[in-house]
Design a protein around this ligand. Sequence first.
Ligand code: ZN
Length: 447
Amino acid sequence: MPEYTDGGAIAPGTFRDRVAKITRDLIQIDTTNYGGNDSRGEPEAAAYCAKLMDALDMNPEIVESEPGRASVIGRMKGWDTTAPALILHGHIDVVPADASEWSVDPFGAEVIDDVIYGRGAADMKGMDAIMLSALEHLHATGQQPRRDIILALFGDEEAGGVYGSAWLVANRPDLFAGATEAISEVGGFTATVAGKRAYFLQTAEKGIAWLNLTAIGTPGHGSARHTDNAVTKMADAMSAIGHHQWPLHYTDTTRQLMEEVSELMGVTFDDSDPSPQLAAIGSAVTFVGSTLSNSSNPTGLTSGYKHNVIPGKAEATLDARPLPGQDEHLLETIRSLAGDDVQVTYEHGRQAIEAPYSGALVEAMIDAIAQEDPEAVVLPFMMSGGTDNNALSQLGIAGYGFIPLQLPPDLEFPKLFHGIDERMPIDSLDFGVRALLRILEPAQNGS
Ligand SMILES: [Zn+2]
């Protein structure tokens, strides 16, 4: 069995042209996901990626969950035949872009001052290109990754993966056979923390509980004496839920983050007040700020049709987000705040997930940064939203978000996500390929 020997640094700039070309090609394929089963371009983008993967002998398979909804999955053999497979995954769809708000064509993939502009540059066609470029490099140089790599490029991530990762996990689990861990978005970006460049490694994702609330009362005339009013019951429930202060609750990930940030700041962490640490983590606060407690925001309220008629029913919608391990507690709390007169049911739910910030893969990710950017630190974080890691977790696969992107200090990564003039510096992508290659622990084929 060949052994991984640190192959030494690959010169910065080596992958610029190639990773920029793939990123731009993908941006120019409009893969807008409008939600539901309304989308564009996934088959074209999947075919483009499949062609590249085919040239790497990865036997790519394009899977269509519905006509027009495509994902592509292929496998590259690893040199360590005792190691379980590792999934690298990305999504090929993007959220809509309103061209009138942009200063460039969102699907033009224009390059201005070495920065690629376009929908998906950050989320996440640039990252897809990093993965493809890294695997191309291994193939071209006769190397293999340590573990079997399953490269999965999913459709429909931006609308919850119903036609992408969730469908594949339910219908084609064979494609992920033997995998124990996965790496994808959103982590890997940099932000300045207490004067140091920090790479944020995503080990957890908050869950989703979209809830429907229904209050039933006695209908009647608006002029009557009335004590069983559905509108009043619902107003009480929504007020209680909307004003509820969810207590701080630290999971392994967020406690570790707070403690490591405190160390960088040279202070002791007081877990009753994380505000100094949140103030110190720079742009990452956009993702991290809402991961220290559960949340529940009222988002809709419907009842009644006439001034003088008391309706028999009032309905409301709620967007609640549980922390890992808090799914049940969140629902129980909302039920108790809503009271006995209001029924609470699920519209859509997704369990929160958390993977350990330890083990060989996490060490490989931290090592990769130590090699490529020795001055920097790596910090764990929880993502406020969800990714395709969530579907894969149902197969027992531990999901991480870590496609390294060394960003200029003034570029706030969280704001690029779904943002206007979404963009990505080519040097950041080039760095990503070099760092990802280290994570894959390559060795010369057959050596
Ligand atoms: Zn994304």
